[in-house]
Structures are given as C-alpha cells and as structure tokens.
Ligand binder design. Structure first.
Ligand code: MN
Length: 419
C-alpha cells in the first residue's frame, strides 16, 4: 500500500501583494490549498475558513473518499457563504480549494476554482485538474487557443469558488498512484507566472522536494510574483501494510491552524467594535462624499516687536496655546476626513492597469499622503474595456462597497452595458 514518504509546503506573498490570502493544510495524508479573494482581509478569512474545515482531516462517514471530501467542501462553502452575508466587510468573498487525499492505492483530488493539482511521474508532468476559469472555458469552447490562455489578461477570473453561492459543485477524481509519484498542489500565483514547461524543468532539476518548492516559488517571483504563491509537494512510496500502520499522523503542519486570524475572531471583532456590519455602505444612494476642501491653516504669526521679558514670556505662552488649539483643530479635521474616507469606495485602475476597488476618496495630500488604498484587484485589464466602460473607471465616482463590487463584477463577467 501507499504512504506519504515526505511532503513539503511553502507559501510566499509574492512581489506585488501586501498580504498573503492563500492558506494551506498539510495533514498527511490530506493536503489542501485555498486561494482566497475579496476586499480588505476577506480573502484571507475565506481561505482560512476553508482550511479550518479540512484541518480536521478526512471527514468520517460511510461514503467514498470523494463523497466525504465533497461533503467537507460543501460545509466550508456554507460557512464562507454565511460569513459573507453577515457583514459588508466580508461580502462577496470566496476561495478556491484543491484537496488531495492519499488512499491505499490511489490519490483523490477534489477542487473548485483554479488552484491546480499535478502528478510528476517518470520525468513527465501531468495536470490533474481543470481550472474553473473564464479562460479555460473559452479554451474548452474552442474560442481560445491553449497557448493564448497562458498569458491572457483575464486568466485570474474564476467561474466557480467557495463562498459566492449557497451551493457549490466541486470536481472530484481518483487517480491510481504508485511508488515514486510526486504530487504538486499549487495556487495560481505559480501557474499564472510560469508555464508548465518551467514547472517540469524545476522538478526535473531539483535534488529534493524542499529544493523543488523553493525553486518553483523563486521562478514565479523572478517572473514578476504578481500574486501569492503556494506550493505543496508530496512523494509517495509503496510499503507493507504493517509499516504503514506504524506511521503516525502527527506530522501536521497547518498554516491555517496556526494563523491568528480566524473567521470567528473577525466576526467577534466586528461585533465588539460596535460597527454595524449590515449598515455600512449598504445603500448605494446614501453615500455622501466626505468634505475634503482645503483646510485653512490658522497659524499664529509672531510679530516682531520689542517687548519686556515678562510680556514676551506671556506672548510665548499664548503662542504655545495657539499652536495647541491649531493642532487639535487640524487633528479633528484630519481624523474626520480619514474616518469619512474609510466608508466610501471608488473604482479605478491600479499601476499595472488592472481594474481595482479603492477604499477612501480619490485625493492625495501633499507629502505623498493618499486618502485611499487599494482593496481589491480584479483580473480585468483596463485596456480591454470599451471606451464607455473605461469611463466608469476614470470618473472615480464615490460608491458603496456593494456598488463597487457589483460594478467590478459586471466588468469581470463582461455584462456591463451603460452604467
Ligand atoms: Mn491567487
């Protein structure tokens, strides 16, 4: 029978993202990768919620491994979907999920989205999963050549994920496996940056799994590292049943388990902070632009005139008070502006030309202070849009989160007409 001889997990934020929204579970013989998406920290919440479900291992039950894994996918989907409905911060979040379970003679892979599974055998790389992505569907329909798909600007748009809908349909397959097989699970941060020939080259050239994992992440970063990169590699060996029984299951390494940010914590934090998650930005019509007019500086100016030391002291005192009052005034204005700027959003394009959602208002203060930050980057390139669609992303109209999400979603799906 088969057992996992060794496994290696490695995740990297990449070169361009600030946060890592990928999560993974390595609870041999179960391995999972989840690649979260959504504004702010929602993507992280989504992927970690999914990982937490799988962190309990293969769900017990009478069904086949495929059915039991599909059941866990469904459970994770329900949890993420429920959380996404519970607060505006988490609305619309989702995650991919690719899980592999090593059985006695085979490996079962279930997946949703575009995190992939590969098998490396006898120097050949074989892909085990079919991306649930717009680009892959176009290839299947014969409307796009596979080589065009590899660097298509919309390749990160996925058509299936855990979270957005109440029910999700995972794909599942069981592959016969044998001694020496190496399986690779990876997020799209790897496969969007490097082709399969490069992946195969790294695997062929690496002396150890550790070296292979490091090499894959290195190549993805060398190619730009536009997204978080996560890889799991495990090698199988054939053993006698007695040896397999002696193998413990205590070699767990679970990033989601160790991570502090659990969905439960996020929900509690939102409740404790007193912010009403259902309220903020829920009414697109109710969004008001914050006042960002120029702030009049009331700087006291010391007059140059001769005065007695006592008067000078008094004046210096008054002057000090004036500065404090002015500083407080500016502080209050700045704080008010900041708070106001954090409840509105606008849609624009980022430095790379991708349509993005920004939180805040589209203004910059002197000294490089900006009143906005990027919340979500879509896979839609601004150059792909029609002139009419492009206008919606250059006008920087202030919107609610929901309205912004809806606009970007329509751009992603290509269903936006006049807006
Ligand atoms: Mn990704």
């Amino acid at each position: 029978m088969l057992r996992v001889a060794e496994h290696v997990e490695r995740t990297d934020t990449g070169r361009q993202r600030r946060m890592n929204e990928d999560s993974y579970v390595a609870r041999s013989p179960l391995f999972v990768i989840a690649d979260g998406m959504g504004g702010a920290q929602a993507g992280e919440v989504a992927s970690q919620t999914a990982a937490a479900v799988f962190d309990r291992g293969l769900p017990p039950g009478a069904g086949s491994v495929e059915e039991r894994l599909a059941g866990a996918v469904q459970e994770a989907n329900e949890q993420i979907h429920g959380l996404s409905l519970s607060s505006d911060e988490l609305a619309g979040m989702g995650t991919t999920l690719t899980a592999a379970y090593v059985g006695e003679h085979d490996v079962t892979v279930v997946h949703v989205g575009d995190s992939r599974g590969y098998r490396w055998r006898d120097g050949a790389l074989e892909r085990l999963t079919t991306d649930h992505s717009l680009v892959e569907e176009l290839v299947r329909q014969g409307r796009l050549e596979p080589e065009e798909a590899e660097d298509h600007p919309q390749r990160s748009i996925i058509t299936r994920a855990l979270g957005p809908e109440a029910v999700v349909q995972p794909d599942s397959h069981t592959f016969p496996a044998r001694d020496g097989d190496v399986f690779l699970l990876c997020s799209d941060g790897l496969t969007d940056m490097v082709g399969e020939a490069v992946v195969a080259g790294v695997l062929a050239g690496a002396g150890t799994l550790q070296e292979a994992a490091r090499g894959l992440i290195g190549r993805a970063n060398d190619a730009g590292g536009r997204d978080n990169i996560t890889v799991i590699l495990f090698r199988l060996e054939e053993v006698l049943p007695a040896d397999a029984a002696a193998q413990g299951t205590d070699d767990d390494a679970t990033r989601a388990g160790a991570a502090a940010l659990r969905a439960e914590d996020v929900r509690r934090a939102l409740e404790e902070s007193g912010s009403d998650p259902g309220r903020a930005g829920s009414d697109p019509g109710a969004v008001t632009a914050p006042r960002t007019g120029p702030v009049e500086r009331r700087t006291p100016i010391a007059r140059r005139q001769t005065a007695s030391p006592a008067r000078r002291r008094r004046r210096r005192l008054r002057l000090g008070m004036g500065w404090i009052v002015a500083a407080c005034f500016l502080g209050v204005v700045a704080l008010g502006g900041y708070l106001a700027s954090q409840t509105v959003y606008f849609v624009g394009s980022d430095a790379d030309g991708f349509v993005s959602i920004y939180r805040g208002v589209p203004y910059e203060l002197p000294a490089g202070l900006s009143l906005y930050h990027r919340d979500y980057v879509s896979g839609v390139s601004a150059v792909q849009l029609t002139p009419q669609q492009r206008r919606t992303i250059v006008e920087h109209r202030l919107r609610s989160r929901r309205d912004s999400d809806e606009l970007v979603r329509q751009l992603e799906l290509g269903t936006l007409s006049g807006h």
